[in-house]
Write a protein that binds this ligand. Structure first.
Ligand SMILES: Nc1ncnc2c1ncn2[C@@H]1O[C@H](COP(=O)(O)OP(=O)(O)O)[C@@H](O)[C@H]1O
Ligand SMILES: Cc1cn([C@H]2C[C@H](O)[C@@H](COP(=O)(O)OP(=O)(O)O)O2)c(=O)[nH]c1=O
Length: 207
C-alpha cells in the first residue's frame, strides 16, 4: 500500500513522516521521499538552488519520480510493503502548476499527461493544512526565499492542493497541521490502519 504525505513547506510533513515510521513499525514500512536520494534527486536540488529553467526543473522532478518508482516504490509494493513517501506526485501537480504558469498552457493537464500511463496513484494521501503565515513562521522564512518559499507561491500551492482534494476526495485525509504533533500522528496512524484494513477486506471479497 502506498501512502503519501503532502503539504506546503513548513506544514509538518517531515515531522509526521519520521514519527509514522515508528508508529507503524508493525507494518515494517519503507520510508521514502521526493525529491529522492538518487543522483537525479541531487540534480533536482541543484536545479532549485540555481533557479533553473522552470520546464527543465519540472522535467527533472518527473525524472526523479520515475527513478523513485523504479528503485524504491515498485519493488517495495511488489513485496507487499507499506510505502510512506514524504512528497510525491501531488507536489508536482501543485508546485509546478505555479512555476509553469504562463510558460505552458494549462500546466496541470500537461503535468498529468507527462505522468500518465506509468505513475502509481497513492492509496492514501495525508494532506497537512496550515495557514501559509504559520508555515513561513515555522521555517523561519519571511516569504522572500527561493521561489518555493515565497508567500504568494505557497498560497497558490495551498489552493491547488485543495482542488486536488475536491477532484478525488476518497484518496485524501486532511489534517489540521496546527494541532500538536502527537495528535496529528494519532489521526494519521489511524487513517493508514483503517485504509489498510479496508483494502485487505476488498481483496478478500474479490477472491
Ligand atoms: N504540529 C506541529 N506544531 C508545531 N510545530 C511543528 C509541528 N510539526 C512540525 N513543526 C515544526 O515546524 C517546522 C517544520 O516542520 P517540518 O516537519 O520540517 O515541515 P515540512 O517537512 O512540511 O517542511 C519544524 O521546526 C518543526 O519542528
Ligand atoms: C516533490 C516535489 C517537490 N517540490 C518542491 C517542494 C519544496 O519546496 C522543494 C524541495 O522539496 P523538499 O526537499 O521536500 O523541501 P521541504 O522539506 O522544504 O518541503 O521542492 C516541487 O516543486 N515539485 C515536486 O514534485
Amino acid at each position: 500500500m502506498l501512502v503519501t504525505i503532502e503539504g506546503i513547506d513548513g506544514s509538518g510533513k517531515s515531522t509526521l513522516h519520521q514519527a509514522l515510521g515508528t508508529a507503524l513499525a508493525d507494518f515494517s514500512p519503507v520510508i521514502t521521499r521526493e525529491p529522492g536520494s538518487t543522483w537525479i534527486g541531487d540534480a533536482v536540488r541543484r536545479a532549485i538552488r540555481e533557479q533553473a529553467d522552470p520546464v527543465a526543473e519540472a522535467l527533472l522532478f518527473v525524472a526523479d519520480h520515475a527513478a523513485h518508482l523504479r528503485e524504491i516504490v515498485r519493488p517495495a509494493l511488489a513485496e507487499g510493503h507499506l510505502v510512506i513517501s514524504d512528497r510525491y506526485i501531488d507536489s508536482r501537480y501543485v508546485y509546478q502548476q505555479v512555476t509553469l504558469d504562463g510558460i505552458i498552457p494549462d500546466p496541470l493537464s500537461w503535468l498529468r499527461a507527462v505522468h500518465s500511463g506509468w505513475t502509481i496513484i497513492p492509496d492514501l494521501t495525508i494532506l497537512l493544512a496550515v495557514p501559509v503565515a504559520v508555515a513561513l513562521e515555522r521555517t523561519g522564512k519571511r516569504g522572500e526565499g527561493e521561489h518555493f518559499e515565497q508567500e504568494h507561491v505557497l498560497s497558490r500551492v495551498q489552493e491547488y492542493y485543495m482542488r486536488l482534494v475536491e477532484e478525488d476526495p476518497s484518496r485524501f485525509v486532511i489534517i489540521d497541521g496546527t494541532l500538536p504533533p502527537e495528535h496529528i500522528l494519532r489521526v494519521a496512524s489511524e487513517a493508514v490502519r483503517f485504509r489498510h484494513a479496508e483494502q485487505r477486506k476488498k481483496r478478500k471479497n474479490n477472491k
